[in-house]
Design a protein around this ligand. Sequence first.
Ligand code: RIB
Length: 333
Amino acid sequence: MNRPIVVAGSINLDLVSIGKRIPGPGETVKGDTFHTFHGGKGANQAVAAARLGYPVSMIGKVGADDFGKRLQQGLKSEGINIRGVSAAASAASGVAMIAVDAKGQNSITVVPGANDELLPRDLEKCLPQLRSAGIILTQLEIPMESVEYLSTVAQRHAIPFVLDPAPARSLSRNLLRRVTYLTPNETETCALCGISPSELSPATVARYAQFLQGGAANVIVKMGRFGAYVAGVDGLRQLIPAFKVKAVDSTAAGDAFNAGLAVALMRGMDLPRAVRFASAVGALSATRPGAQASMPRSGEVDRFLGNQTTGAPRLRQSANGRRAAAMPAGSRL
Ligand code: RIB
């Protein structure tokens, strides 16, 4: 029996408007459609991994309200073990207000509610579940002390720990040292390295990934249409190209990627192949609206990959092998 993927993280109800444009400050725009979708970076990753056919346990907090019941039911119906999901006594379920434009780009405001009450003492109650994990996934929509706690448990029990540093913020070097796979997108890479968006490009990403490797063992920078840049603990340096799809809604594409990465690693793929698989899962999720609603199933990903003309990525090692710790100027780590 496979050791499960354990996801500890946020569970939200997404209130989504789809229209031509995302409004700027002080602006009112007309939307075309409105939807409620099940979301939250943690729950999205859990659902995506479950749809890829892997056993998944979720740890999180919802409110003792209708949204909470609906969100828990949604996870259960995906076959996810929700013994670690509890209802907060006094906080409402987390919600996210999401505006999506005609290009599939989004802007998100999250009101964490009960997610902010997922504390180390709740995680402690889930220790047997955490210890049973084949891999632990988390993000930054729960309290930082809980992220720290998870990283410590993972390290103590030699369980690979995947940190999606989203939403963007700076992180302590101590935390990063306990991360096995760090998966920032471009915005998060800039926040972690203390650089402006203009400083990050396919030409400079190697330098910043290497800098982040001063902490985390493996760094995978999700660069949207440019692909995903991989800096592995074994010296691997490689840009895995993105797949071309018609994006309808990029919400949760990063979550889909992380779930794909975890499933691929659990199935024994090497890092370049795992990242290619993850990119396919992320790309497919962007072709449909919604967060959990957009997550592809295993067969769909296999067919998609089977139809691609580019082969499996070849390994490319750096000249000097392992890790490096050169600090870019102005870094906040
Ligand atoms: O990553 C997308 C998710 O971010 C949404 O589902 C929303 O709930 C926010 O957590």
